[in-house]
Design a protein around this ligand. Structure first.
Ligand code: ATR
Length: 272
């Protein structure tokens, strides 16, 4: 029987991960199957245990279970510890290993697919929830000139910044007035609700890149705002989704598939 993997979440039927990992398996010739696992909201551990004891080799973890997976793992990578969330579980010789590939996915999409050098850039990260936390450490490793966190509830952003030892500054949206950034990443859940984080006008520097972690057929309010503000480059989170999958595949199989080729296929499907 091929090695078994799955994405666990609730809901999970919309997940593109099975499509992506099937493409990676074809590309690399690895013998594996990747499915979807719908877990009851209060039964993450039981569902993951059941999958593991049936011989499952690894899970991707999506909403709302990334915190539960963090607590479930016996061993954690450094990046999962920093993120306090796990999106990749690996089961090997009875050991549960937790990793987080979301940040690497974002950074690889920015640097490789979008060709952006992040070192020396002024980066603004919007939001202070799990999605923002997961990408802070990998962004800092790129040595930006500055990393600024903005959140509707500034206390939350300040607490998050302190937990990274003051390597980044944090505040509310109003404090951004008169400032400019080279890369602005939307890690809020505002786009899900069709809302726009209250960014003041003029925050996009000349040549700025606007990145929304959300993706879908329609342009998000954040990307529409960025366009109207003259941002030079717009990107949604589909590339991050594919690149975090590349990293998960590497954690499980020791091979790094070509994410760009699969991203191209997904874009064609999205635009069809
Ligand atoms: P996730 O794990 O996806 O990050 P979360 O922990 O619920 O989800 O965090 C959601 C983030 O989106 C928060 O930073 C939230 O801001 P608050 O902390 O002030 O609640 C932010 N957010 C949600 N809707 C928003 C909106 N309409 N405008 C600005 N920020 C928004």
């Amino acid at each position: 029987m091929p090695d078994q993997y799955a994405v666990i979440g609730n809901p999970v039927d919309h997940s593109q991960s099975p499509l992506i990992h099937a493409a990676f398996a074809r590309q690399t010739g690895e013998d594996l199957e990747y499915g979807r696992l719908l877990a009851p909201k209060d039964a993450f551990c039981a569902s993951a245990n059941d999958f593991r004891t049936r011989g499952g080799r690894g899970l991707n973890v999506t909403l709302p279970f990334k915190g539960a997976a963090f607590r479930y793992a016996a061993f954690l990578s450094e990046r999962a510890s920093a993120a306090q969330a796990v999106n990749t579980l690996k089961f090997e010789r009875g050991v549960i290993f937790g990793d987080n590939t979301d940040g690497a996915g974002l950074v690889n999409d920015l640097t490789q697919n979008l060709g952006r050098v992040l070192s020396g850039q002024r980066i603004l990260l919007l939001g202070a929830g799990g999605a923002a936390r997961g990408v802070i450490e990998p962004l800092l490793q790129q040595q930006p000139a500055q990393l600024t966190l903005a959140n509707r509830t500034p206390d939350k952003a300040q607490r998050l910044a302190r937990s990274f030892g003051g390597a980044l500054e944090a505040g509310d949206y109003a404090a951004l007035a008169g400032r400019q950034f080279d890369v602005i990443v939307n890690a809020t859940s505002a786009s899900l609700a069709g809302e726009l984080p209250p960014l003041p006008p003029g925050v996009f520097a000349r040549g700025a890149l606007a990145y929304d972690m959300m993706y879908g057929k329609a342009e998000t309010p954040f990307l529409a705002f960025a366009r109207s503000q003259g941002a030079a480059r717009l990107a949604d989170g589909l590339g991050m989704l594919v690149e975090q999958a590349v990293e998960s595949f590497f954690v499980w199989r020791g091979l790094r598939p070509d994410g760009a080729a699969v991203l191209k296929q997904l874009r064609q499907l999205q635009n069809a």
